[in-house]
Design a protein around this ligand. Sequence first.
Ligand code: GLN
Length: 498
Amino acid sequence: MTDLTALTIAQAREKLRAREFTSVELTDAYLGAIEAANGDLNAYVEVTADIARDRAAQSDAKLASGDGGALEGIPLGIKDLFGTEGVHTQACSHILDNFKPRYESTVSQNLRNDGAVMLGKLNMDEFAMGSSNETSYYGAVKNPWRASQGSPLESVDLVPGGSSGGSASAVAAHLCAGATATDTGGSIRQPAAFTGTVGIKPTYGRCSRWGIVAFASSLDQAGPITRDVRDAAIMLQSMASSDPKDTTCSDLPVPNYEASLGKSIKGMKIGIPREYRMDGMPGEIEDLWQQGIAWLKDAGAEIVDISLPHTKYALPAYYIVAPAEASSNLARYDGVRYGLRVDGKDITDMYEKTRAEGFGDEVQRRVMIGTYVLSAGYYDAYYLRAQKVRTLIKQDFEAVFAQGVDTILTPATPSAAFAIGDKEMAADPVKMYLNDIFTVTVNMAGLPGISVPAGLSADGLPLGLQLIGRPFEEETLFQTSTIIEQAAGQFSPIKWWG
Ligand code: GLN
């Protein structure tokens, strides 16, 4: 039998419906692949084999009688940030030890309603804070990609990006057909770029945040990481919905995303923001960007130079707004209501000991930054000012869209994947934060953004291009990224893991 895990969601969907194999067979193929590979890659923190087989059998019953949802019988991985009823949901933090919610997040429920089969929970940076998946309490995730022979990185384990590093690694290594992920400043798009996968962060409010562990509530969005653009359209279709349980979730109907694939982009106006051409950007990133521009031009798009003047303030403003919201959201982990408790001589001592032991270094850093910028003496100077900058960033995009620009093309990341334990980044957190230089603006403005594999670095590692769209125009992103995907061709790592 052919390797069932090699199929995309779209392919598996057809073959399941044609009864060429069953969902139980497909699920078993994935469970076998996970068992063989997870020791090497560390992409899953919990494998829910029984639940998966059970749901697959239910899907097979439906498929046999000719019904079933859009994802009936398709095995997916779920990021550990999504609340899953009765199942490991710890945001990969020590402080949520043994926490199993009594609820299911709206997004994972939507997938389940459409027939998806959950294979397990995926590793991630603790509370989704990070760009390398090295802050997880469960240890670093490895990127299935390795640098080509002769590269200085040749025999080095690489990061898959973060915070959705488990999702990206699992998708790239075929340990699930697709995965859920979340993106607060780049955590879907950056790991997608580092692993040669597709990741879309939809418009803020397109997917419900209900039941997802909160990091920075005004920035957090769920989205899929998949092997190709079609699969991203299929998964987002299911994940997106309105939701009375999340007042920031949009009531706009979810369009048919798959229908936008393959539509011509002739006459579409694509903006190239001059501020994204930063000093010190590696030549290969610039070349990739130029290649993307050429592909879209060849497909009939009109390329226009645009300016987003406040871009340079996006990253500093993000690192005020996101920690501020995080410090408030994380106040609930006090040793009383959830997970870990470290006893102390009185309640304050218990809080302090629990939080000191339960939160990792990066999370503690964010809490400290957040409480500082929200404190009475510094609120106006930092938090309020960052909010004003955020408005200016949003207005930059609005002005460009008002000029008729349909979508904006940028690199997804300033580099390819780097080594686990990279010394420069470990020594200076700001170096790590710079990974999100091209992605955070999109969260600050609440816009949709997609990362699509576009080429390989000199070291033979995948690189992504990002497309940014108007609010709730994810279709334009699918339509345009398909052109890049077709021009760039397929990207798969060479298998070395078990
Ligand atoms: N890397 C960014 C951070 O650490 C973004 C994380 C995310 O999008 N969840 O905050």
